[in-house]
Design a protein around this ligand. Sequence first.
Ligand SMILES: Nc1ncnc2c1ncn2[C@@H]1O[C@H](COP(=O)(O)OP(=O)(O)O)[C@@H](O)[C@H]1O
Ligand SMILES: [Mg+2]
Length: 584
Amino acid sequence: MSTESKNSGAAFDMKLIVRIIKLAKPYRKLLWFAVLLILVLTILAPLKPWLVQHTIDNFIAKGDREGIFFFSTLILGHIGIHSVTLFGYTYVTNLLGQNVIKDLRMRVYQHILRQSSAFFDKSKVGMLITRAVSDVETLSNFFSQGFISIIGDLAQIVTVLIIMFITSWQMTLISLAVLPILLIASEIFRRGVRKAFQTVRQKVSQMNSMVQEQIVGMEVVQLFGKEDEQFGKFEKLNKEHRQANERSVLYYAVYFPIVEILSSLTLGLIIWWSAGSPEAVTTGMITAFILYINLIYRPIRFIADKFNTMQLGVVSSERIFNLLDEQKYTEQDGQIDLGEVRGHIQFKNVWFAYVEDDYVLKDISFDIQPGKSLAIVGPTGAGKSSIINLITRLYGIQKGEITVDGHNVNDLKIADLRQEIGVVLQDVFLFAGSVAENVNLRNTAIDEAKMRSAAASINALDFIENLDGGWEYDVMERGSTLSVGQRQLISFIRAMAADPKVLILDEATSSVDHETEELIQEATKKLMKGRTSIVIAHRLSTVREADAILVLEKGRVVEVGSHAELLEKKGAYHELFHKQFELV
Ligand SMILES: Nc1ncnc2c1ncn2[C@@H]1O[C@H](COP(=O)(O)OP(=O)(O)O)[C@@H](O)[C@H]1O
Ligand SMILES: [Mg+2]
């Protein structure tokens, strides 16, 4: 939550505002066009009262029909031009805002996609969603309702005041008599509403996070009977959300009538003063002043709101910029093109920690020749999964070197490296979509024929074809409608279809039914055949067939050798073997 509320008190930071405006650089022409339109509007606005005043004093009062007709036409023309300009202005500023946020959203999302796993370990999903979606949205208002429009309003107030002074300085002063009260009321309103909205946003964000987490973990919530408790928490958030909204409604409900009263009071003062005035006050002047007062009070009434909009945009932008500026976990791509891979993998004295200095892998070294297989075994938490995360550079290492075909993985182009390495993880992640889409991951080079032969090669074609709709079977989000074994088979087909030179397999520990188990064992064998493979092995059959076995304990390699060699040694492997794979 800390990042949500950190900057809430920030005043206008010019540096930030300049940076936001710079986002509009590709749309410079639109920006200037908007500024031009707002200037035209500023000039057009005070023109109408002036025209009205002249029509009344010079023509209506004298009964000059021709003059009345001419000026009425002018007023009509003015209204027409004003409306068209206003339309143009609204359209252009919104277009500008939408274009800027379209670009920005792409940048934010691209940035997120380029982060290494360490970044996701420390970031909340809800926070990232807020950055990419709603913060960016808020920023669009900076352009469409905030910044340019405030400049326009201020300019309008100044020009109207000048014309008012020229017309009658006494009447102008009377018009401004209640202005201090209005300004104070506006400031109280602005602060109150801002605070209420901040609370609203915070509560919305908390509700988002909560619903998201609870839905993902719904089974646990239900199995442990925590529905009431979770519902209570949600109810509390929801209530606080409503209360904050109520407060903002209250501010609006009080503020707008106050402005209305103040502007009516001003009108009353003008008329009262005119009645007893020693100066010659014409009907036209009074009419014009009524219109002028509107032209000043209306923008003042909305400026408070617009300031909030602008400030919200600035706060959002600061959060977005902070995210974009943070490069600590951004993947640094290498230069070397891996080209045709042989599949020679080496770890040389590799040390790795997720969190500073807390090493989970200590001084790991091994060498796998092209086409050979290595099985990694060891107790839970020994660091097996960590090893395989390093080869594909999901995480960076602290000391030592990992090489593929003799190149340090840090020097290789990441996309290249990952294309050559097929990974089948313990927890299979499936996307919402068809089975086919989950197998080819929208890579058009993998057509149905390829997918079929991949499935056939691991004897899983029957399984696919028996699904309702076959390759078009609709996999629900996270693959929730398929069994664990079925999901694994799909991920095997995915790896087989991509036909990588190097295979990394984190064998699932969860037991599946006998039939699927056999299918999976067969598939594993076929997947590994002819490829350099690293397998975190839980099945005896896989361990046995590996060219070498690496026994890992508490992040250290304790034994390496073939199945027979290690059994003979009667060391760690021997012990593990008897514990884990009950010898029949
Ligand atoms: N993302 C992570 N952040 C911090 N520590 C982690 C992370 N993933 C795993 N660990 C820790 O690293 C150690 C090794 O984990 P792991 O490689 O998953 O073990 P294994 O696969 O052998 O069960 C464990 O102590 C685990 O708590
Ligand atoms: Mg593991």
